[in-house]
Design a protein around this ligand. Sequence first.
Ligand SMILES: *Cc1c(COP(=O)(O)O)cnc(C)c1O
Length: 225
Amino acid sequence: MAIAEQISLINKQLNDSNARLIVVTKTRSIEELQETYAAGALEFGENRVQEMVEKQAVLPKDILWHQIGHLQTNKVKYIAPFVHLIHSVDSLNLLKEINKQAAKHERVIDCLLQIYIATEESKFGLDFAEAEALLEDPAFAELQHIRIVGLMGMASFTADEEQIRQEFQSLADFFQKLKNNKTGVSTGLVEWIELSMGMSGDYLIAAALGATLVRVGSAIYGPRH
Ligand SMILES: *Cc1c(COP(=O)(O)O)cnc(C)c1O
């Protein structure tokens, strides 16, 4: 099925939820991204810095670029001029570097804390206690060029839907707790708005559990190259 049709189908499925589609464009060609843009999608997700930078340089400037993959501190400078939202903040150290690079461009860069909810060893992220500790760290309150706008999480890679549901629910509960307690809000650097969860295999589950952003690639384009 054509890219435009897939996007319109997914947008229809998300209609009765609060979730917005981030089209995950990693590994896809410039032509495919142009077709995606022509279909009306404006929010693109990439996980490799170099690939995002190369694509951003040649594609229309109104595209909003989401960094969804693990981010190394030494790569932050390349995306700092333009990145719209960084989904994968997993340390105070990384946040300090984002703050430093954002300051150079006189920007405030929006970020999500990536939370570890899966059972697999390989997934990046903070646990709940680490996330709260980061938000309460005095060094955090000094960062004037970042804004934490929510949380991101990835469920385990499993066919067990009940497990996926439980993992997303735990993230949604934690998000609600931070929101209710206004955790970090007094610093002026935090607003609990976005909950990024759900990929091609599980975005409907995530949307039903309160995701505001779903990150979908292969359900639109087919298997990755
Ligand atoms: C690749 C990726 C996605 C999209 O995966 P699909 O299964 O192709 O939808 C979503 N989130 C992250 C963090 C990714 O790396």
